[in-house]
Design a protein around this ligand. Structure first.
Ligand SMILES: NC(=O)c1ccc[n+]([C@@H]2O[C@H](COP(=O)([O-])OP(=O)(O)OC[C@H]3O[C@@H](n4cnc5c(N)ncnc54)[C@H](OP(=O)(O)O)[C@@H]3O)[C@@H](O)[C@H]2O)c1
Length: 386
């Protein structure tokens, strides 16, 4: 009899959360949810708790948490509030694995606490590794817990690396990216992009922040930094190629010139299911690739001129220190301002560049040091245009 895994879902109400719930619903005898968390959306969280009989929930926003408590919708369950609440459910003694899918960097502390409590992590939140990859990976090694990538590109690379030696004789990692909705757009057309148009991704259905990141290609930049920490390669070994169909999720080239790729439809349930069950493989429940119909797979180099976020990420990764954290923080501020109609699409990269130019780089000594750098970068990012 195969054991059932107990999971905690941080970011349960989001896009990754929804896909993870579909995986759980498809394997009720193998997965059970013990804790769920969100920022404010307590009504949706209560519905999830009810549907999946979840005993613990956490709401980050204190006011929303109070409202949820008085609503009675969580009667019979433990409802935790604030950052401590998120940490408490990540540390639940009965949990085997924590899905870290809070957008942005708020999930860093709960994820670190879950690692310290010995939980495996299914990691969707790339911002956590961009901010503090050195400390997250060190904590995972020290506690012998697994960081299992959920991001489809990194999950693909993780799959390609299995069984290929340790250390793996690899030459390079090739991250694929759809190129987003403005892949073929001219520089002039990019100047006129609105938040509404940036939200219409041609392939993936995701949360608002990552959808904008995908349109600017900052997402691929963040993923380069994420890959650096996850796979311990040199920055020059990480390459990016545009692949509009998003069927090849990424590739690994070995020193003998062979390339392994992982393919599946552009549906996050594949990567989530893989991460939750690794090293076991279970039947897929989603539609798989159909080779009885003709299919085209295109690859083209990205254009760093029209998509400067990619170039800035590479420079940031090479420089190291606190700059990756600053890149991420500045991008978050810029995307917020863009979504609020307070910044043009093409200014997102300029906010990042402005922030990187005004920050003195240094080697971070601790997570707190990085959180300080993150706060400093956010302050600088806000000064753009003033
Ligand atoms: N979506 C994808 O296909 C995809 C693919 C690869 C990687 N990722 C990564 O996965 C992460 C989540 O992305 P997403 O697309 O699922 O985002 P999303 O749809 O915007 O959902 C974000 C989730 O995080 C919660 N949240 C936000 N701030 C929080 C806080 N301070 N405390 C607790 N919970 C908080 C939200 O709760 P509320 O609903 O209450 O706001 C929601 O549950 C991101 O790091 C993204 O880069 C996503």
């Amino acid at each position: 009899m195969l054991r059932r895994k107990d999971i905690v879902l941080l970011g349960a109400t989001g896009s990754i959360g929804e896909h993870a719930l579909r995986v759980v619903a498809a394997h009720p005898d193998r997965l059970r949810i013990r804790g769920i968390a969100a920022r404010t959306n307590w009504r949706k969280l209560a519905a999830i708790a009810e549907q999946f009989s979840v005993p613990h929930a956490a709401i980050f926003d204190e006011a929303a948490c109070r409202e949820a408590k008085t609503s009675g919708c969580f009667a019979g369950r433990e409802l935790h509030c604030g950052m401590e609440g998120l940490c408490a459910i990540g540390e639940l003694p009965e949990a085997d694995i924590v899905v870290s899918a809070v957008v942005g960097t708020t999930g860093l502390v709960p994820t670190l606490r879950a690692i310290e409590a010995g939980k495996d992590i299914a990691l969707a939140s790339k911002e956590i590794l961009v901010l503090a990859g050195r400390f997250v990976m060190a904590a995972a090694r020290r506690r012998s817990v697994r960081i299992l990538p959920v991001d489809s590109e990194h999950n693909a690379i993780f799959q390609c690396l299995q069984g290929n030696g340790d250390p793996t004789p690899l030459r390079r990692l090739i991250l694929t990216g759809s190129g987003g909705p403005f892949r073929g757009a001219t520089s002039e057309a990019l100047e006129a992009v609105t938040p509404e148009r940036a939200q219409s991704h041609p392939i993936w259905s995701m949360g608002p922040k990552i959808t904008v990141d995908s349109a600017t290609m900052a997402n691929k930049g963040l993923e380069m930094i994420e890959a650096y920490w996850l796979f311990g390669v040199e920055p020059e070994q990480i390459h990016v190629v545009v692949h509009p169909q998003s069927i090849v999720h990424s590739m690994v080239e070995f020193i003998d010139g062979s390339i392994l790729a992982q393919l599946s439809p552009p549906d996050m349930t594949f990567a989530i299911q893989h991460a939750l069950f690794f090293p076991e493989r279970l039947n897929s429940f989603a539609e798989t690739l159909d080779f009885t119909r003709s299919m085209q797979l295109d690859f083209e180099p990205p254009d760093p001129e029209r998509f400067p976020c990619l170039r800035l990420a590479r420079e940031t990764l090479s420089a190291g220190g606190i700059l990756p954290a600053a890149y991420n923080a500045a991008n978050e501020i810029a995307v917020e301002r863009f979504l609020d109609h307070n910044l043009r699409f093409t200014e997102i990269s300029r906010v990042i560049e402005h922030t990187l130019n005004h920050l003195q780089n240094r080697t971070p000594t601790s997570v707190d040091d990085l959180l300080d750098a993150d706060a400093e970068a956010r302050r600088i990012a806000h000064t753009y245009g003033s």
